[in-house]
Structures are given as structure tokens and as C-alpha cells.
Design a protein around this ligand. Structure first.
Ligand code: M6R
Length: 611
């Protein structure tokens, strides 16, 4: 979750680095720093705790000019947030920025101290700087020092390194943590993620695990850690820089909520076969034989992606009649789960880099399962591991709270269910055609819900802004949506919220309900409708403030709810993509009225690359 940026060229490096780091703010951070090759021939470092503004102040107070540098935003993993723990870390002639965790740091630290090193910080990264510096015999170039040091490290890292002795060069390397190289004209870049580089270049190369690269203004040379040359063509990234900016919205999250119709359109584009009532096989990446032969589907994910996976179970079981289980990736890992040939493992992850999901997927693949990734970030770690990837194409999601990536994940798991159902002869052609047609119209209906309910939801949020708790109830496909509504509210507004399967309410949570509690009941006209209304009545009888999300024109619900949020009538499997929208807006407005940091909520990071 730390952010790395590196630059070699003709521009003022500190300016390019801070600009790139700002575009990585969504990853979450508590401190920041840059190291620049100064005209004096020395590498100079500036660091600050807090937001990038603090780093800018440090640079204003003590400017450092140069054309080569590395920068970093840190999210603490070893050692509290402080200036001394902020990156870059320096040892002798070496400066290093690092994203990841060095597992053998205790042993390395003891060994370094025993050899006379003085360690200033509590970080594992400083040890990396010392290790590289130790390799620095006069005849060894920087890449050789880095290579030798990395062979002694265990764990996850993406690093960028400068040396006083080689002013025109940045050396980078990667294992498990993401790193992308940007190719410019007479300038080269590296970064943890694409948005940092978009204003400068669209030509990018994704470094693979166990690879390193030497960047100069004119060249990028990639090798393995063993020193073998690697040839890789750059890919062209078509995300525009504007897509990564707020486009006039107060927060990225609000912008991304309103981008959902467009994001869904992009996700559906080229995948729906409206004539045949099917999903194009080439888009899923699995073979027809795979579809017929799998005996079980196992969905692995964390957080919001886990909620999409829960909806995926409903889709895959009902449309394709394949036994399906959903696992929290963190609980799947290392428990010796029974998995292997005949299983299709679907790893769902916006970032494609969540460590628990990556490790769980790796474990399943090693056991012989087929691995399909559903991810948003092209070329990220989970797609690279997978046998096939079904991308969501939602574009960059900057807000820490996932919104457009959730609804596009829902679309993908639904399309997967459809595709499997058609090939397993469990889904009649007419029903599939109906669903495909309905999906094609969904972006427009999303727009209608977002535009039509925004003010109402803002008013409801204003009314409940002081509520200390909230309850979200849903059945069937709307149960994952209840979980998601509660998660959104918790993570950005810090209000305690519970998402429950409505049928479970009377088994415990009903005791929480009193006249101060807003209770959201998801009650569209689906096969659970009557029972959902029963739950709504039970909440009302305990004086809860009931907010119903129901089908447009449903007067029966209007009569029993304190507030009614309407969504258009759609086929049952499509309701979750609409009912979640007002819940996202509700969480957003409660947070905004409370004045919390909506896009970077406390303690959270966009991409969780630690256990
Ligand atoms: O990148 P991933 O989808 O793998 O991330 C999983 C979770 O960390 C993520 O969904 C998290 O729960 C979000 N902050 C939710 O809004």
C-alpha cells in the first residue's frame, strides 16, 4: 500500500516525484519523502510526516534540485509513522524506497548490527539500504549490489534505489509488490501504480516477480535477479489522466459512484452476445471444456470483493447449477482447505494485488485448481498468476471505498454464471437472452437511480447523521448488498453498522433496535419480497426508523416505511446492481456531513498488500 515513484530525465525530479506521489494518495499513507541526486553529487533526502503538503513545505524550506530521484508515500507496517521511519532510507552511498515487508528482517538486523551497522529507524527498509551498501565494493555497479543484497532477502518488496556513485541511474526490483515502468522520450519513470505516470507517458512495462531494471534517461534494461536479460514490449495504457482526477466532484468516491453507468457499459462492452443470448467465450478466457468439466466453483476474495463473490454464488448456483462456495481469502490460506482438480477457483479483487487473495489463489492453483481472476487492474499480480482473467474495466478507482469496482464485479460474476449456465445446459436460451438484454439496459437504469435518488438520500443521511448505529437487512441476492451497505458506512463515516440476512434478524440483532436506529430494508419485488416486508414490519414494531429500498411505485412498501427509495423494476438477478447505489450514496453523505476524510478514511489503505 506504500507508493513508489522514480524519475530519470531532464525535469526537476522533486516536482515530478511529488506530483506522482499525489496521484498515488489513494493507496493510503502516513508520511512521505523524496531522495534526489543533487548537483553536489550527493543524494539528498527530504521527508515529512503527514500529507504531501508537509513534504512540500520541507522542500520549500530546503529545496533540492536534480534530475534523478525516487519518492515514497509510507503506510506504516514496521515502526510507527514518524520522520525517521519515513522513506527514503539511507545507508552510506545508498538511498532506498520500498513497498512490502521483509520477512527475515530480525535476522538481518542482528547480522548488520554485529557487523557494526548503526540502524536509525524501526523499519525493515533501512536494513535493505544497509544490505545494498554493504555490497558496494568499488568495482561493483549499483545493479550488482542490489542483486546481491536481494538474494539475501525474504519477503515482499518493490524497491527503487539511488547511489551517490552513479548519478544518472535508478535501479528497481520487485517480488510480490507491484511496480510499473514508464517509458518517455529522454526520460524514464517507475511507480507502484499506473495513475502516477499517466500525465507523463502511456507506454508502460509491468515488472514481474524476481525481476529488476536499470533506468537511465535513455534506456530501460530488465533482467532477472540472476542477471538473465528479459525482453518485454511495453503496453499502451488508454486511461486518460483526467479519468484519474476528480472531474469536478467534491470527492473521488462521489465521482466514482456517478461513474458507475459508464463503468458498467465498459465492462459489458464486447461481452454480451445479444443475438445468441450468451456471453462471448473469448472474453471469459476459459475453454468450453472447462465450463463442462468443473465440479465446483470456489470464490476467493476480501472486503467488498467478498460481497461481490457472495452474490456470485447465487448467480453461479442458480444459473449454472454448479456447487459453489465463497471463502474469505484470509481464512482460506494455510488451513489446508480441500481443493484441487475439478475446482474452478475465482479470485475476485479490484486491485489484483491484495496479498491474502493472491496467496490463497496461489495455494489453490498449486493444488491443481483452475484459476480465473476477476480483477480491475490490468497486469496486476492475481491476473498474472491466473489461467485466465475476466477484467472488470471500471477504470482507476481512487477512493478507498470501493463502489464502481463492486458493481462491475457483480456484472462479471453474473456474466460468468450466464456463460457457465449456457455451456452446462442448465440455462434455457430464452432466459439467457432475457438476462443479456436486461443487462444491456442496466447502465441507463443505474443512471436513473443515481440522478433520481441523490437528493432524497442526502436528506435521509442528513436526518440520520447523528445515529450511532445502523442496520442493513436483505435476503437472497440482497443479503450481500446489506453487508456492503454496512461496510461502506463503517469505513468512511465511522458509524457502527451491521449487515444481516434479514431472516437472521430475530436470532439476535433485533435486540439492538430502538427508536434511534435507522434500519435499511432491501425489499424490491423479488422472490423474497413477502418475507422482507415481514422483517420491515418487525423493525417498525420496535420503533426503528425504517428506510426501504423498493421497486418503483410500490405503494405497499411506501405505506409501511418511514422513507422509501425507489429503483426501477428489473429482472431479479439485476436488482443488486441497483439497490446498492442508494446505500453507497447514503454512506457518502453521512461521511461528508460528518466531515470525515471520505477518500482516505483513517486506518485504511486502498490496496492491502500485507497480511
Ligand atoms: O483490491 P481488492 O478488491 O482485493 O480489495 C479488497 C478489499 O481490501 C477492499 O474491497 C476493501 O474492503 C475496500 N476498502 C472496500 O471499500
Amino acid at each position: 500500500m506504500c507508493g513508489i515513484v522514480g524519475y530519470v530525465g531532464e525535469e526537476d525530479a522533486a516536482r515530478v516525484l511529488v506530483d506522482g506521489l499525489r496521484r498515488l494518495e489513494y493507496r493510503g499513507y502516513d508520511s512521505a519523502g523524496v531522495a534526489v541526486h543533487a548537483p553536489s553529487g550527493r543524494v539528498e533526502v527530504r521527508r515529512a510526516v503527514g500529507k504531501l503538503r508537509e513534504l512540500e513545505r520541507a522542500l520549500e524550506a530546503a529545496p533540492v534540485h536534480g534530475k534523478v530521484g525516487i519518492g515514497h508515500t509510507r503506510w506504516a507496517t514496521h515502526g510507527r509513522p514518524s520522520e525517521v521511519n519515513a522513506h527514503p532510507h539511507v545507508a552510506g552511498h545508498i538511498a532506498v524506497v520500498h513497498n512490502g515487508i521483509i520477512e527475515n528482517h530480525l535476522a538481518l538486523k542482528q547480522a548488520l548490527i554485529s557487523r557494526g551497522a548503526t540502524i536509525a529507524s524501526d523499519t525493515d527498509t533501512e536494513l535493505v539500504a544497509h544490505m545494498i551498501a554493504e555490497e558496494g565494493a568499488e568495482d561493483a555497479d549499483l545493479e550488482t549490489c542490489v542483486r546481491r543484497a536481494l538474494n539475501k532477502l525474504e519477503g515482499a518488496y518493490a524497491i527503487a534505489v539511488l547511489s551517490d556513485r552513479e548519478p544518472g541511474k535508478v535501479v528497481v526490483a520487485k517480488s510480490s509488490s507491484p511496480l510499473v515502468l514508464g517509458l518517455g522520450e529522454g526520460e524514464m519513470f517507475c511507480a507502484s501504480d499506473i495513475p502516477a505516470l499517466l500525465p507523463y507517458t502511456r507506454r508502460m512495462i509491468f515488472l514481474e516477480d524476481g525481476e529488476m531494471a536499470v533506468l537511465t534517461a535513455q534506456s530501460v534494461e530488465i533482467t532477472t535477479l540472476a542477471g538473465e536479460p528479459v525482453e518485454r514490449d511495453p503496453v499502451t495504457i488508454d486511461w486518460s489522466p483526467v479519468m484519474a482526477e476528480k472531474a469536478g466532484y467534491k470527492h473521488f468516491m462521489l465521482k466514482e459512484i456517478f461513474e458507475q453507468p459508464r463503468a458498467l457499459e465498459d465492462t459489458l462492452r464486447g461481452r454480451l452476445d445479444r443475438e445468441a443470448g450468451d456471453i462471448h467465450s473469448s472474453e471469459i478466457g476459459l475453454s468450453e471444456e472447462d465450463a463442462r468439466s468443473i465440479q465446483r466453483v470456489v470464490l476467493l476474495a476480501c472486503g467488498t470483493s467478498h460481497h461481490a463473490a457472495l452474490a456470485g454464488r447465487y448467480y453461479i448456483e442458480s444459473l449454472a447449477r454448479v456447487p459453489t462456495v465463497v471463502e474469505l481469502a484470509s481464512e482460506f490460506r494455510g488451513r489446508g482447505a480441500v481443493i484441487g482438480e475439478g475446482d474452478l477457483v475465482v479470485a475476485v479483487s479490484q486491485s489484483g494485488e491484495t496479498l491474502d487473495t493472491l496467496m490463497a489463489a496461489r495455494e489453490a492453483k498449486q493444488a491443481g485448481a483452475k484459476l480465473l481472476a476477476i480483477a480491475n487492474v490490468i497486469g496486476s499480480a492475481i491476473p498474472r498468476l491466473a489461467d485466465a482473467t475476466f477484467y472488470t474495466h471500471a477504470g482507476p478507482e481512487i477512493g478507498v471505498a470501493s463502489t464502481k469496482c463492486f458493481t462491475t464485479q457483480l456484472a462479471n460474476v453474473l456474466m460468468l454464471g450466464l456463460w457457465l449456465g449456457r455451456r452446462r445446459n442448465t440455462l434455457p436460451e430464452e432466459r439467457a437472452a432475457e438476462l443479456v438484454e436486461a443487462l444491456a439496459h442496466l447502465p441507463q437504469q443505474m443512471e436513473q437511480v443515481l440522478v433520481g435518488t441523490r437528493q432524497l438520500v442526502a436528506n435521509i443521511a442528513r436526518h440520520h447523521v447523528e445515529a450511532r448505529d445502523a442496520l442493513f437487512l436483505g435476503r437472497g441476492l440482497n443479503f450481500p448488498i446489506a453487508l456492503e451497505g454496512a461496510l461502506k458506512l463503517k469505513e468512511i463515516s465511522y458509524v457502527h453498522a451491521e449487515g444481516y440476512a434479514a431472516g437472521e434478524m430475530k436470532h439476535g440483532p433485533i435486540a439492538l433496535i430502538d427508536g434511534h436506529m435507522p434500519v435499511f430494508v432491501l425489499a424490491p419485488r423479488d422472490s423474497s419480497f413477502e418475507r422482507s416486508i415481514g422483517n420491515l414490519e418487525e423493525a417498525r414494531a420496535r420503533e426503528a426508523q425504517v428506510v426501504a429500498v423498493a421497486t418503483e411505485g410500490d405503494e405497499a412498501v411506501r405505506a409501511v416505511a418511514d422513507d422509501l427509495i425507489e429503483v426501477p423494476a428489473v429482472l431479479e438477478p439485476l436488482y443488486p446492481l441497483l439497490t446498492v447505489l442508494p446505500l453507497q450514496l447514503y454512506a457518502y453523505y453521512v461521511a461528508d456531513f460528518k466531515g470525515t476524510d471520505v477518500d482516505q478514511p483513517r486506518n485504511l489503505a486502498k490496496t492491502v498488500t500485507v497480511e
